[in-house]
Every structure is written in C-alpha cells, then in structure tokens.
Design a binder for this molecule. Structure first.
Ligand SMILES: [Zn+2]
Length: 141
C-alpha cells in the first residue's frame, strides 16, 4: 500500500491536531502572535488560515522574506531602456525595421512584466514591514 502525499500531509496535520504553538509565531497576514493557538487553524485576529506544523509553515510570518526586489527593478529598467532604443530604431526608415519592431515589442512586454513582478513584491514587502513593525512594538505580548 502506498500513501499519497496529500494523505501524508493529513496524517502529519493530525499528529499536531491537539498541540498548541508554544513559541511566538506570527500570522502571515496581520502579524498577530499565534502563541497558544492550535498548530493548524485560523488567525483569531484576521481570519487568515495558517498551518504552523514543522516543514509546513503556511500563512506564518517569515522575516527572512523581507527584501526589496532590486533584481526585478534592474531587469525592468534595463529591458525598458533597450526597448526604448529598439523603438527609436524601429521608427527610423531602415530595411531591417521589422526586426527592431519585434525586439521593441518583446522587450517592452518583458519590461512591463518585470515592473508588475516588482510591484507585487513591493506590496508584499510593505505588508511584511507593517507586520514586522507590529511585532517589534509588542502589541500582542
Ligand atoms: Zn492574522
């Protein structure tokens, strides 16, 4: 008999069913201290689902993820600058104009994609900063 990974996950969750979180762990959505709450449950402050079981840690605040997306910003700016250069070349009459148009469109789209990814990460970063500040201020301790 082989067990599906979902079944193993359920079994692992069952092992922690009646255990409560003994240390300070914080909700990944609002930063509320989940100490003394069950390992698998819903944040009493904001209703965010979490699973604090070891090797799972879903919905739990993890400070190591606090980073500004500089790589995505650089990639966005670089592809944007090259796309602008290609656009200028595409406007000028030339036999290889079509190639410049294709490069300008592709790099322009890449630039927009990187900008979007950077924006999403910045929003996440801002949220994490807010949670970190809340934890530092010790509201729930
Ligand atoms: Zn919460």
């Amino acid at each position: 008999m082989s067990m599906h990974s979902d079944e193993l996950e359920m079994l692992a969750d069952l092992t922690f069913k009646d255990a409560v979180i003994a240390t300070s762990l914080y909700c990944g959505s609002c930063g509320y201290n989940l100490k003394t709450l069950p390992y698998v449950g819903v944040c009493t402050e904001c209703g965010h689902r979490y699973n604090a079981r070891p090797l799972r840690m879903d919905g739990i605040f993890t400070p190591q993820r606090l980073e500004i997306p500089l790589g995505d910003a650089a990639a966005g700016v670089l592809s944007g600058v090259v796309a602008a250069g290609m656009t200028i070349r595409a406007i000028a009459p030339s036999p290889s104009r079509g190639v410049y148009v294709i490069f300008a469109v592709v790099l322009g789209l890449m630039s927009v994609a990187f900008a979007w990814i950077m924006w999403r990460k910045l929003c996440k970063y801002a949220g994490f900063r807010k949670i970190a500040k809340r934890i530092e201020s010790g509201v729930d301790d």
